[in-house]
Design a binder for this molecule. Structure first.
Ligand SMILES: Cc1ncc(COP(=O)(O)O)c(C=O)c1O
Length: 400
């Protein structure tokens, strides 16, 4: 009898671990390593949010709370969904968890039966396929093309749907590409879903507030109100409010689903941290002006990175609408040899040689389901970005 569960054997070890541990190893050996792998803003959590957390501690808000969130936070989430997205929800339709990650996992655990399919557009956030596998479902990868700026087309969505499809996971702006769907692009996808009433949509809106060049964010339940009864709108405070460590995410959707997600959470982690919940109330209800300030910084860095990467031979880097990632393709580098003698057979070989020879750590495209490419997180200083991109340019110039 195997000791480890069969379910766990379906899950691949994280492909990003190899690069991350190699970067740590080189750093420990004294090499000047610049990490462009971080999935979190480099800004500090705003002071008003920290103060709310301190006040919560002093007021003794340090006990168990309702499993899926305090009423004050659920009310703040309903107000946010109305204010930002024009969506009407009541607190009983809201679930709060330990990060968006737990919310997505709860939703999949609460709904998937063996054989149920979940459509995941690629490039995708690394956790989606493995979460589906852990919950006993089957990930169905629908590859978006770099020709359509990594956005899924209606035909690609239509082709991926089968009678077994339970969910489409939709993520805009996207991790890893930063691609954001316009209202019309999203409407074309929701039109497809209207023709398939058995398919639900899980919209991961985590990067909603990180958008540039006047891009207007939109979400499926807003674009197509007829999908309201089969949409789970997922969001959180990690990215917009620089609160990754506080671990608060949430979702709004049909009450029966929200109740089922609460059941999963009640027998695993129970309530998310009480202090973090009070901090999240302040994040959502308090001043929002620093988001625009941070976005100015992110937009400047995006423009810097895109223009410098496009000067590197063999690299083509599209300009994304949001998040803090770019996803350059490296078709022109494959098949070449680096100055250090490494054969660039695929994007993993590219990322490994780049790290070993220049000390720049990026995540290779295969980890996100689309090659040959790599992901750069520009959530680091302008100085680091300029130095890293200069090294990438030199690396690419040295390929022969
Ligand atoms: C697309 C996407 N969704 C969800 C999450 C989860 O965020 P958290 O669990 O910090 O709320 C992340 C974090 O990297 C993400 O990139």
């Amino acid at each position: 009898m195997a000791f480890l569960s069969d379910t766990l054997t379906r899950v691949k070890p994280s492909p990003t671990i190899a690069v991350t541990s190699k970067a740590a190893e080189l750093k420990a050996a004294g090499k000047n390593v610049i990490g462009l792998g971080a999935g979190e803003p480099d800004f500090d959590t705003p002071q008003n949010i920290k103060d709310a957390a301190k006040a919560a501690i002093d007021a003794g808000k340090t006990k168990y709370t309702a499993v899926d969130g305090i009423p004050e936070l659920k009310t703040a989430i309903c107000a946010k969904l109305k204010r930002d997205n024009g969506l009407d929800y009541v607190p009983a339709q809201v679930s709060v968890g330990t990060g968006g990650k737990q919310i997505l996992y709860n939703a999949l655990m609460a709904t998937l039966n063996p054989g149920d399919e979940v459509i995941i557009p690629a490039p995708y956030w690394v956790s989606y396929p493995d979460m589906v596998l852990l919950a006993g479902g089957e990930p169905v990868i629908a590859e978006a093309s770099s020709q359509t700026a990594y956005k899924l087309t209606p035909d690609q969505l239509e082709a991926a749907i089968t009678p077994k499809t339970k969910w489409l996971i939709f993520n805009s702006p996207s991790n890893p590409t930063g691609a954001g769907y316009t209202w019309d692009e999203l409407k074309a996808l929701t039109d497809v879903l209207l023709r398939h009433p058995h398919v639900w949509v899980m919209s991961d809106d985590m990067y909603e507030h990180l958008v540039y060049d006047d891009f207007k964010f939109c979400t499926p339940a807003q674009v197509e109100p007829q999908l309201y009864d089969r949409t789970l709108t997922v969001n959180g405070v990690s990215k917009a409010y620089a609160m990754t460590g506080w671990r608060i995410g949430y979702a709004a959707g049909p009450q029966a689903l929200i109740k089922a997600m609460g059941k999963v959470q009640s027998q695993s982690t129970s309530n998310p941290c009480s202090i973090s919940q009070w901090a999240a109330v302040e994040a959502l209800n308090g001043p929002q002006d620093y988001i625009a300030e941070n976005n100015k910084t992110f937009q400047r860095r995006r423009d810097l990175v895109v223009s410098m990467l496009n000067e590197a031979p063999g690299i083509t880097c599209p300009v994304p609408e949001g998040a803090f990632y770019v996803y350059p393709t490296i078709a022109g580098c494959i098949g070449k040899t680096s100055t250090g003698g490494a054969k660039i057979t695929d994007d993993e070989a590219f990322a490994t040689a780049l790290l070993e020879e220049t000390g720049v750590a990026v995540v290779f495209g295969a980890a996100f389901g689309m090659s040959p490419a790599f992901r750069v997180s520009y959530a680091t200083s302008d100085e680091n970005l300029t130095e890293a991109c200069t090294r990438i340019q030199a690396f690419c110039k040295g390929l022969s």
